[in-house]
Ligand binder design. Structure first.
Ligand SMILES: *[C@@H]1O[C@H](CO)[C@@H](O)[C@H](O)[C@H]1NC(C)=O
Ligand SMILES: *[C@@H]1O[C@H](CO)[C@@H](O)[C@H](O)[C@H]1NC(C)=O
Ligand SMILES: *[C@@H]1O[C@H](CO)[C@@H](O)[C@H](O)[C@H]1NC(C)=O
Length: 451
């Protein structure tokens, strides 16, 4: 009855019909430096055979090298190369009257060279030798290192692709795998080297065109090894020459406006170290004060200020420029233009078709809230607009074509201020509208005003 129980118990190997077996694991692995048990158990027969000796051997290139021996009468011996690192785990092996059924060894401080096939051989009497093998695999965790490819990356106009960051999974066994996480588009090249000790070094480079846009972007390298994941990041530091713009000219630099300034803005890495101002085909006016990147015109501005101002910003990578065309708004406004146009077009018998700018006309009507009145009888604008210059003057001898130029195209060299007059403008009489409607006074423009 006992034998039936034994046969169906899966935890106990039944003795072979002819005798004995040596039980070992299918395979074992450990990291370099760690310890691992190599299991070896002798399953005796019934009746039992006598164990004369147990020998652990390493199978190197088909030849067997002794690692450790346990002998019932001579005791335990570990071969010199393993003396510090191999012990029989079961204390019964080392007893004066030993039990050699479990000769599991503990291998500590594993080395790469320990990876091999190991034989556990039982010498018995009278059955002879019984043996089994186990393969020991030694793993090495790689070290991960990430770095910028070169200490300084410079954005060049050549737009050449270049490795900007490098990620290395060094001396791993098996090799680690590398992938990248970043918002910056680029290419990846990955190479794997086999080292002489059997480990692998994997190097992955991230390749892109260094540019101002990629400055300060982050590249993350994700290294996987077995189930373990390591991440490491670098932030790109890309040097680029100044990206320059000139601020401060708002298109509304009217005559006598005070303390206007131009500001030279340079986006640069490293920061711009030098700003230089110049005036195209001219010299910077004497009332201009330059402090770093700011050019301030002290006091009220005059037409002398007009011209194309260039700012040159320099850093260690290069010099770039930006310019602004400064024009001064003079005497004449859209309202002047409007009136002049009305006057001149009236002679040809047409009234509205030849307005210089229909949009100006409409905005004039809206601004003055004159929708209810026939044009010639508009109420006066009173009081005068407060944002106008304090000392306007007036001309009766300028054509709209030259005086209307308040845009940037005005040339400072061709403009001359109109002569000073004090004319009061009256609407001319219009056929069919010879008298204003009841309750509306005839409109007389006040002194001309400037916007
Ligand atoms: C195994 O044998 C080969 C060729 O005989 C030799 O090159 C190699 O070094 C040997 N390996 C070891 C670990 O002795
Ligand atoms: C152990 O390693 C040897 C040689 O590399 C191989 O032939 C054998 O199949 C391996 N045994 C097991 C159980 O993996
Ligand atoms: C500067 O002078 C040159 C030559 O006299 C001329 O061609 C160029 O248009 C001028 N530039 C400006 C902005 O006036």
């Amino acid at each position: 009855q006992n034998s039936v129980l034994v046969i169906f118990n899966p935890c106990v190997s039944p003795p072979g019909i002819n005798g004995q077996t040596v039980e070992m694991d299918d395979g074992k692995w450990g990291y370099v430096g760690s310890k691992v048990d190599l299991r070896c158990r002798f399953i005796n027969s019934s009746p039992p055979v006598k164990i004369s000796q147990v020998t652990w051997q390493k199978l190197v290139n088909g030849t067997k090298q002794n690692v450790a021996i346990a002998n019932p009468s001579l005791g335990v011996s570990v071969a010199p190369p393993y003396r510090d690192r191999v012990v029989f785990k079961n204390g019964a092996v080392r007893r004066r009257t030993p039990n050699l059924e479990d000769t599991t060894i503990t291998f500590s401080s594993l080395r790469l060279a320990d990876e091999c096939t190991y034989i556990c051989e039982y010498t018995t009497f009278p059955a002879g030798n019984r043996e089994n093998t186990v393969n020991l695999t030694v793993f090495v965790r790689p070290t991960t290192q990430m770095s910028l490819s070169t200490p300084t990356l410079v954005a060049r106009s050549s737009n050449l692709k270049t490795p900007v960051a490098s990620c290395v999974s060094a001396n791993g066994k098996p090799p680690g795998t590398i992938r990248w996480e970043t918002r910056v588009p680029g290419e990846v090249t990955t190479r794997e080297f086999r080292n002489s000790d059997g480990t692998f070094t994997v190097q992955s480079d991230y390749i892109l065109v260094p540019s101002k846009d990629t400055h300060k972007e982050t590249l993350t390298c994700v290294t996987s090894y077995n189930e373990e994941v390591f991440t490491d990041s670098v932030t790109l530091d890309i040097q680029y020459e100044p990206d320059v713009s000139v601020d401060g000219f708002d298109g509304n630099w009217y005559l006598n406006r005070e303390n206007v300034q131009l500001s030279c803005q340079a986006d640069a890495n490293p920061a711009a170290s030098l700003y230089q101002w110049r005036l195209v085909n001219g010299t910077i006016p004497s009332n201009a004060e330059i402090r770093e990147n700011i050019l301030t015109f002290k006091g009220p501005i005059t037409y002398e200020v007009q011209g194309t101002y260039v700012c040159d910003a320099t850093n260690s990578i290069g010099t770039r420029s930006a310019s602004v065309e400064v024009s001064i708004i003079g005497m004449f406004t859209w309202r002047t233009m409007f009136i002049m146009s009305v006057v001149s077009s009236q002679h040809s018998g047409r009234f509205y078709e030849e307005l210089p700018n229909t949009a100006d006309y409409v905005s004039y009507r809206l601004a003055c809230n004159k929708e209810d009145y026939p044009e010639p009888y508009s109420p006066p604008i009173n009081p005068p607009l407060s944002f106008l210059p304090q000392h306007p003057y007036h001309s009766s001898h300028t054509t709209p074509a030259t005086s209307s130029s308040s845009s940037n195209t005005m040339s400072k060299n061709t403009f001359s201020p109109p002569p000073h007059t004090t004319a009061i403008f009256k609407y001319p009489s219009v056929p069919g509208l010879s008298s204003p409607p009841p309750g509306v006074g005839a409109y007389t423009f006040p002194k001309e005003q400037y916007v």
